[in-house]
Write a protein that binds this ligand. Structure first.
Ligand SMILES: CCC[C@@H]1NC[C@@H](O)[C@H](O)[C@H]1C(=O)O
Length: 621
């Protein structure tokens, strides 16, 4: 339900908000009996106590809890303030991973599929005003070929379910981002879009549309643009129009200038109470005046070419798991700035709204990725790429008969939610629709066509669309690159292939593939969205060996030599900013160790190498 509750929550003259974060009751439900046993009405029996937001997985001391797969429940209570009864009351979950059913006082009030975008459920008909109300939420973290991220669900001999992720990050789950009670007027702003037109004389036009609900014909919808010193620089009326800015302070890479866009619905009947000044609804947001386009094999920001320097990342930290931790987010931006980075990809799922708002303020360029990862059957950290699990033996991911129906449906819905949530962020400059799909398979082509065609309809700013290509679909094997505006490559020459002493051979093979790409896609820009080498911090070796800090630096130097040999390369995002947690396996040492920094955000030698390369002003922008 997008009734104005999906806009980023805020308190204004007309809107109210109450955080429900804190300690909630929690329990697993391996037999899926909770609803039958009345938990929505009576609450959770024998419950544990867990924090929201956080993943549940790293809180406990037993393996069955860390690895738990199936239904699990959260419970808390909240008071519905009587002063809000004339507004629409919503529960807004910023993320419930991977799916949720919500109950208030035993009454089902809504459900959601997908663990990385917000949803809101209206609860007016279920609450008791000025009293405690029981909030019970059933979540589920099972993976399938129709879940984003994709995977499979197996069972142990005793019937216990086991997650089989087709991706290289831990299948963390839970209420991993804030939960809020919010109150929105019945007549309200429910969404908006912006596009930008820059002029040579330094002026600009902000074209806007506003989505409302319940707007009465006699009421006025006013839109104002306010600059950083609080001056109203433009104003307009109506559900769509333009805001002309005489001297626009453009949003630019690592030079962010934000404007406050303010939407106000004013009572047009003339008999509004003087107290509220006739304001029916008021919502404001921060936008950046900038343009993004791909032209002449460059990515242009405000008409000037940019070179992406930065990282693939994860929302991942000790104890929290994938739970939002603003201290970690802040430290990660500090590390990226220290390295001289200007960009990151939200690998491999939409990051929190707080993360993107920070990117807007810091002037970072973001490749915003939907959680369409694992569209290549690879279990246990890629050792078994295309390994077939029982249900889908012998077929590639896209050969699965349900992929063009169930998977495509879930994928499109996830894109709709991602674009609606993030379309107004100046930091978002490109959309990644999939990470490392099996794009070498013929069956992938109709799927790509359907999903790219759909995505093209979602962004009024028409930002470039891409996906990331992995080595199993190298130049000449990938059948889907034609759909992408920018070719994004995840490459590991010198790690997964021809590692160690063979590094010189790896470089030759890497350049041979790049030469082939230059023939295949002679007009598109290329971005390396991943390159990296697992490195155990503190392991030193002269001469180097793989897993030593010295080797990670040798590896990175070689990659950068190749990138610098091809003018078509307009970006390099090292994998990964930090070490991060994965499922256990013989190729993971309590997680993936390709970080330039450790999981507790301390530097390896590679961090200093990147800092030297990216702070060298004589290089790219
Ligand atoms: C085989 C491609 C490499 C792979 N790419 C996706 C990331 O999520 C993984 O972490 C990375 C890795 O294995 O380090």
């Amino acid at each position: 339900t997008n009734d104005g509750a999906l806009l980023y929550p805020q308190v204004t003259a007309t809107r109210r908000m109450q955080s429900l974060d804190g300690i909630w009751r929690f329990r697993f439900d391996p037999e899926s009996e909770g609803e039958r046993d009345g938990w929505p009405e009576t609450g959770l029996p024998d419950a544990a106590q867990v924090p929201v937001p956080a993943s549940f997985n790293d809180l406990f001391t037993d393996k069955a809890s860390r690895e738990y797969t199936g239904d699990f429940w959260y419970e808390t209570e909240f008071v519905a303030p009587g002063e809000w009864r004339d507004k629409d009351l919503f529960l807004r979950f910023d993320a419930a991973t991977h799916r949720a059913d919500v109950f208030v006082n035993g009454i089902p009030v809504g459900s959601h599929e997908g663990g990385f975008t917000p949803f809101a459920v209206r609860v007016n008909d279920a609450v008791r005003w000025n009293e405690a109300n029981r909030l019970v939420v059933r979540l589920n973290n099972e993976l399938s070929h129709a879940s984003l991220p994709a995977g499979t669900t197996g069972t142990l001999p005793d019937g216990t379910k086991v997650s089989g992720p087709y991706f290289d990050f831990f299948n963390y789950a839970g209420l991993q981002r804030p939960v809020r009670l919010i109150a929105v007027p019945a007549e309200a702003v429910t969404g908006y879009t912006t596009t930008y037109e820059l002029h040579k004389d330094g002026s600009a036009i902000v074209h806007y549309t506003v989505e409302t609900r319940g707007l009465r014909p006699e009421d006025t919808l006013r839109v104002r643009l306010i600059d950083e010193v609080g001056s109203v620089v433009a104003d307009a009326q109506g559900a769509e129009g333009e805001l002309a800015v005489a001297y626009a302070r453009l949003w630019d890479v690592r030079d962010a200038h934000l404007y406050r866009i303010e939407f106000t619905i004013l009572d047009g009947t003339g008999n509004a109470a003087a107290a509220d000044g006739g304001v029916i609804d008021e919502y404001h947001d921060e936008i950046g005046i900038r343009t993004v386009e791909v032209r002449d094999r460059e990515i242009l920001l405000n008409g000037r070419p940019v070179y992406l320097r930065g990282f693939g990342r994860h929302e991942d930290s000790a104890i929290n798991g994938r739970g939002e931790n603003l201290a970690v987010v802040t430290r990660d931006f500090e590390l990226m700035k220290w390295c001289g980075a200007n960009s990151f990809r939200t690998s491999h799922y939409p990051y929190s709204e707080e993360e993107l708002r920070l990117a807007d303020r810091e002037g970072f360029l973001v490749i915003d990725e939907v959680a369409a990862v694992g569209f290549m059957k690879s279990l246990m950290n890629f050792l078994d790429a295309a390994k077939d699990d029982d249900e889908h033996r012998g077929r590639g991911f896209f050969d699965d008969p349900d992929v063009m129906t169930r998977t495509l449906h879930v994928h499109k819905a996830a894109l709709d939610e991602l674009f609606t949530r993030d379309r107004n962020h100046p930091s978002v400059i490109m959309w990644s629709l999939m990470n490392e799909p099996d794009s070498a398979s013929e069956a992938a082509v109709p799927y790509f066509r359907a999903i790219f065609d759909h995505a093209r309809t979602l962004d009024p700013q028409h930002r470039p669309l891409t996906y990331t290509n992995l080595m199993m679909a190298a130049a000449g094997r990938d059948r889907c690159h034609g759909f992408a505006d920018v070719i994004c490559l995840n490459r590991y020459y010198g790690w997964y292939v021809q590692g160690g002493y063979q590094l010189s051979g790896a470089k030759a093979a890497f350049m041979a593939e790049m030469d082939r790409w230059m023939q295949i896609e002679p007009d598109k820009p290329f971005v390396f969205t991943e390159y990296g080498a697992d490195t155990a911090a503190g392991v030193h070796k002269l001469p180097s060996v793989q897993w030593s800090e010295e080797y990670q630096c040798e590896y990175l130097k070689m990659q950068h030599e190749v990138f610098d040999a091809y003018p078509a390369v307009v970006g390099e995002q090292m994998w990964n900013l930090c070490d991060f947690q994965t499922g256990e396996g013989i190729m993971r040492v309590d997680g993936n160790r390709k970080g330039a920094f450790t999981r507790d955000r301390q530097p390896k030698a590679a961090a200093f190498l990147l800092r030297e390369r990216w702070n060298d002003a004589t290089r790219h922008q």
